[in-house]
Design a protein around this ligand. Structure first.
Ligand SMILES: *Cc1c(COP(=O)(O)O)cnc(C)c1O
Length: 455
C-alpha cells in the first residue's frame, strides 16, 4: 500500500518514518493482510501460550475466541499499523483498546519515555512530573480538583467508588447494564465488554455478598434510576456511568440522560461518577463531561491518560478527595502508582493533544466516513466522535438489551473478512472501533471499501 499521509504535520513525518522502518525490515508492501499459511509463528506461539496462560492470553478478548479464530502475536507497531511475528501488516482500529489516539510508537512519546527510563524506572517517592500531570489534567478537566494516579482503569473505578462510599457513609451503588468499570468484584454485574461475548453472564468467584450492594439500572432509562432511588432512599452512595457507553458497542447517552443523572444524584445526596476511561481525552481534551457539558463529582481516567503505559487516575471534588489517606480515613495506595515512566508517556500524550487540537476534528471527520460506509450497508451504526460501532441488527441500539439483538455470527464473518483485507477491528461485536490521528484519509477510504465488501 502506498502511504500518502495527508494528516497533520507531525503525523505526516511520523508515518513516513514508520513506512521507512517497514521497508527496512524487508516487509513486502504487497503483503498487506493475513497470509493464509498453516503453522505460522503466531500459531506456534499460541500453542505454547495456551499451556501456560488461560486461553493463551493475559486478557480474555485478545484470544479471538468469540469470533472463532486464533490470535496473531504482535511483533511491533508504528502509526496506524500493527505487524505480527509472521510479518503480516494490519491497519489497526483497536488501538490497544483505546489508548492509541496518536497512533503507535509516536516519536515524541517514545523519545520522552526513553529519556525517563534512563533516569530510573521507579522510585516509590514523588516526582515533579506527577505534579505536572495532575495540574495538566485539572486544566483540561476542571472537575478534577484533586486526583490520585493509579495503574489501571479497574483500580481507578474501584477506588472512586470507595471514595464515594467513604464520603457519603452509604454502601449501595448504581451501575448500568452493559457498562464496564473494570473487573473488581462488586462491578462485575452485567458488565459488558468481554463478558458479553465470552458468555460469562457474571463472573464466577464473586461472592453474592460483594455484588449485593450493586444496583442495576438500564442505560438511557431514567425511570429505572428513579425507581432505585425511591426504593433505597438515603442508601445510595453513587451512580457510576460511562457517559458514552463503549463496552456494549458504542451507545451514546440519550438527550437529557446525563443531566438527569446529575440532577437525581444531587437531589439524593449521592455522588455522580463518570467513568471516562475510554472517553477521557478522546471526545475532547475535557472528555465527555466537556462534550456534553455535565460536571460529575468524581471521574475516572485510563487508557489515553497513560499514553500506552499502565496509568490511570481517579479524582474530582476536593472535599471528597480530601477523605483519602493520609488526609482522611479512606485507604488507597500503590507501589507503582504514578510510576515515572508511565507518567512521562501520559504527560507527553496529553501535551501532543493540547498542542494539536485539530486532531479532534480530524478523527471525528474520519470516523464519520466510516460511519457512512457502515450506514450504506443498512445495519445500525452508533458513533460519538472517533468512537463507533456497527451492530449487525437493523433496529436502533440504545441499551444493553438492544445491543444483544446483534447477530454475533454475522459479526464474526465480518471480522474475518476485514482481517483478510489487512484490517484489524476488535474481535467482538461489543467493543468500539477507534480512529486515531495516524489514520489518514487514504487508509479510511481503503477501510470503507473493505467494509462494503465485507458486510
Ligand atoms: C477499559 C475500561 C476500564 C478498565 O480499565 P483497565 O485499565 O482495563 O483496568 C474501566 N472502564 C471503562 C469504561 C473501560 O473501557
Amino acid at each position: 500500500m502506498k502511504n500518502k499521509p495527508d494528516s497533520l504535520f507531525f503525523n505526516r513525518q511520523f508515518c513516513a518514518e514508520a513506512q521507512n522502518g517497514w521497508d527496512r525490515s524487508g516487509l513486502s508492501v504487497e503483503r498487506f493482510g493475513m497470509e493464509v499459511e498453516m503453522n505460522t509463528k503466531s500459531d506456534q506461539l499460541y500453542e505454547r501460550a495456551c499451556k501456560r496462560m488461560p486461553g493463551g492470553v493475559n486478557s480474555p478478548v485478545r484470544s479471538f475466541r468469540s469470533v472463532g479464530k486464533t490470535p496473531f502475536f504482535v511483533d511491533k507497531a508504528a502509526g496506524a499499523f500493527l505487524i505480527d511475528v509472521d510479518h503480516n501488516r494490519y491497519l489497526d482500529y483497536v488501538c490497544s483498546w483505546g489508548p492509541g489516539i496518536l497512533g503507535h510508537a509516536h516519536p515524541a512519546i517514545i523519545e520522552a519515555v526513553r529519556r525517563a527510563c534512563e533516569k530510573g524506572l521507579t522510585f516509590g517517592a514523588p516526582t515533579e512530573k506527577e505534579v505536572e500531570l495532575a495540574e495538566l489534567v485539572n486544566e483540561c478537566v476542571p472537575s478534577m480538583e484533586m486526583m490520585r494516579l493509579v495503574s489501571s482503569g479497574t483500580e481507578a473505578c474501584m477506588s472512586a467508588i470507595r471514595a464515594a462510599r467513604g464520603f457519603t457513609g452509604r454502601d449501595k451503588i448504581i451501575k448500568f447494564e452493559g457498562c464496564y468499570h473494570g473487573h473488581s468484584d462488586g462491578l462485575l454485574v452485567k458488565a459488558g465488554s468481554g463478558l458479553m461475548t465470552e458468555a460469562i453472564p457474571d463472573s464466577a468467584g464473586v461472592p453474592a455478598g460483594y455484588a449485593e450492594n450493586t444496583l442495576l439500572a438500564g442505560y438511557n432509562d431514567p425511570d429505572s434510576v428513579s425507581r432505585l432511588f425511591d426504593a433505597y432512599r438515603d442508601q445510595i452512595a453513587c451512580v457510576i456511568v460511562e457517559p458514552v457507553a463503549a463496552n456494549m458497542g458504542v451507545v451514546p447517552p440519550a438527550e437529557g440522560f446525563l443531566p438527569f443523572l446529575r440532577e437525581i444524584t444531587e437531589k439524593n445526596g449521592a455522588l455522580l461518577i463518570f467513568d471516562e476511561v475510554i472517553t477521557g481525552f478522546r471526545l475532547s481534551p475535557g472528555g465527555a463531561q466537556e462534550y456534553y457539558g455535565v460536571r460529575p463529582d468524581l471521574s475516572t481516567f485510563g487508557k489515553i491518560i497513560g499514553g500506552g503505559m499502565p496509568l490511570a487516575a481517579y479524582g474530582g471534588r476536593k472535599d471528597v478527595m480530601s477523605r483519602i489517606a493520609p488526609l482522611g480515613p479512606v485507604y488507597q495506595a500503590g507501589t507503582l502508582s504514578g510510576n515515572p515512566v508511565a507518567v512521562t508517556a501520559g504527560l507527553e500524550t496529553l501535551r501532543q493533544l493540547i498542542a494539536h487540537p485539530e486532531i479532534y476534528e480530524e478523527i471525528d471527520r474520519r470516523a464519520g466516513k466510516l460511519e457512512e460506509a457502515f450506514r450504506e450497508t443498512g445495519f445500525t451504526v452508533n458513533r460519538v466522535g472517533s468512537l463507533l460501532s456497527c451492530f449487525f441488527t437493523k433496529e436502533p441500539v440504545t441499551d444493553y438489551r438492544s445491543a444483544l439483538r446483534s447477530d454475533t455470527k454475522a459479526f464474526a464473518a465480518y471480522f474475518a473478512a476485514m482481517l483478510e483485507r489487512g484490517i484489524y477491528v476488535a474481535p467482538s461485536q461489543f467493543e468500539a472501533l477507534f480512529v486515531s490521528a495516524a489514520h489518514t484519509d487514504e487508509m479510511i477510504e481503503r477501510t470503507c471499501r473493505a467494509i462494503r465488501e465485507a458486510v
